[in-house]
Design a protein around this ligand. Structure first.
Ligand code: MN
Ligand code: MN
Length: 475
């Protein structure tokens, strides 16, 4: 073999190149990656809303020995190292803890993701009849491109709380024998005016009305007979009335299951992967943790897509309050100061997706600083917009610490930036946790078509993110 030139040697020593996961695993690991992603797809198929995701996470947690914190508080039962607990926040958000052996004031290792995803919510008085069709009025949730949500099979998921307090979960459209729902689009033959509009205006928010039926109730001289027939069917099936809709929560999401993408089956196309991909990988990572030194925490927030507001969003005091409860069950010497120290000394991976470089849209990302599909778990130092406005901008000391954990554990990772400077921007839950003084950095899976009805991830990145989260808990 020819000897490497001096320049080649120097290049290898001094320059850095991100690696492709598929090229850097051994053969056995290939099967592990595919098996892990089969489990992940199953989770996606069940967890189509934040409520369904919360239910599924709690089901899995309980199966793995996690106890409901409420019950322990009631009994004032002290917590021991290695004990596993969870707290349910109004069935929309959940937090899991594995109690560590070291002093809690030294901090916790926290991974925080979110369970909500962009979607189409029903309005509170949704049902009406127009031109021989029964329709549902909607109000979209989160950052959607409205034109993507027409002419697409939709499922409806909701919770109805009847006047007697009885709560009913309704899901229609996921089973292949279920009917689906759909928002119609304009035929191209008559779309001259629509096509001349800006992309953002071709489909309007008030135009996102969902078709729900078309058979009239069989009686002469009656108005709104199609609407009445829909109400009759719903009443027979679920014992609900039009008034029950006014207090209910219904979401329309793309119907159907997660699918393998590509002839090599290396990618997944599915709804809601922002941010259920980070939720699932952090869930799997904490399930592997049995007796950590530092308390391990997996946090699954709601309402990230609309600014983390509300009592189930990250900006609420839920996590702080629940952590106070946990600390009061860990120590005999509970104080507010102890809680503050525990929070201050904690380390966080803000687990959210990154914008992967898209060869169809090379103009919006800086190729030198973007994350790529298949190049592993992605660290994002800052998000924000314009001059890093609204960004957490993680500290060099902390990012380097995470780098060392990843390198030591053979985690294939990359740095990513959310788009070119001044191209747009966004945010995550990072800054809400950093206000306690915790070290926080965004860290997750690169995604293509983010916020579209079907988002794309690489199975290699999903698996590497699980491994990366796992190494963080173990560090
Ligand atoms: Mn997200
Ligand atoms: Mn998002």
């Amino acid at each position: 073999m020819a000897e490497k030139t001096k320049g080649k040697q120097l290049q290898e020593k001094l320059t850095h190149k991100w690696e492709n996961v598929w090229e850097n695993i051994n053969e056995g690991e290939n099967e592990t990656i595919f098996n892990f992603n089969d489990d992940y797809k199953e989770f996606l198929d069940i967890a189509k809303t934040e409520r369904l995701a919360t239910d599924e996470i709690i089901r899995i947690a309980e199966k793995n020995g996690y106890e409901n914190l409420d019950k322990l508080i009631e009994k004032n039962q002290k917590l021991k190292p290695g004990q596993k607990i969870y707290a349910n926040n109004k069935n929309k958000s959940v937090v899991m803890y594995v109690i560590g052996s070291s002093d809690i004031k030294k901090g916790m290792n926290i991974i925080g993701s979110h369970l909500d995803a962009p979607r189409i919510d029903l309005k509170q008085f949704p049902l009406y009849e127009d031109s021989e069709l029964a329709m549902l009025k909607t109000h979209y949730y989160g950052g959607i491109k409205k034109y993507q949500w027409v002419a697409l099979p939709l499922a409806l998921h909701g919770v109805v709380v009847k006047s007697n307090g009885e709560k009913m979960n309704i899901s229609i459209g996921e089973d292949e024998n279920d009917p689906i729902f759909m928002i119609s689009d304009l035929l191209p033959h008559l779309a001259k005016d629509q096509m001349a509009k800006k992309l953002a205006e071709g489909i309007t928010g008030e135009g996102l009305n969902i078709i729900i039926g078309s058979i009239p109730y069989n009686e002469k001289d009656l108005s709104d007979k199609i609407k009445l027939n829909i109400l009759k069917i719903l009443n027979e099936k679920y014992d609900i009335t039009e008034e029950d809709f006014t207090t209910a929560e219904f979401q329309a999401v793309p119907a159907g299951k997660a699918r393998d993408l590509g002839i090599d089956r290396s990618l997944i196309a599915a709804y809601g992967q922002d941010d259920r991909v980070c939720a699932y990988t952090s869930l799997r990572a904490i399930l592997d943790i049995d007796s950590p030194k530092k308390t391990a925490v997996a946090l699954f927030a709601d309402k990230e897509e609309i600014g983390s507001v509300g009592n189930t969003g990250m900006d609420s005091l839920f996590f702080e309050n629940i952590t106070s409860e946990v600390i009061s069950l860990i120590t005999e010497n509970y104080s507010e100061l102890l809680v503050k120290r525990a929070l201050l000394n904690s380390k966080v991976l803000s687990a959210d997706v990154a914008a992967a470089f898209d060869p169809n849209f090379p103009e919006v990302l800086d190729k030198k600083n973007a994350s790529f599909m298949g190049k592993g778990i992605t660290l994002v130092k800052y998000t924000g917009a314009r001059g890093k406005g609204g960004s957490n901008d993680a500290n060099a000391e902390y990012i380097s610490e995470i780098r060392n954990i990843f390198n030591k554990n053979n985690i294939i990772w990359q740095m990513g930036e959310l788009g070119k400077v001044d191209q747009g921007g966004g945010g995550t839950i990072a800054y809400m946790l950093s206000k306690y003084g915790m070290e926080v950095v965004d860290c997750g899976v690169p995604v293509l078509s983010m916020h579209a009805p079907y988002e794309i991830v690489s199975k290699a990145d999903v698996y590497m993110t699980y491994k990366g989260y796992n190494s963080f808990y173990k560090a």
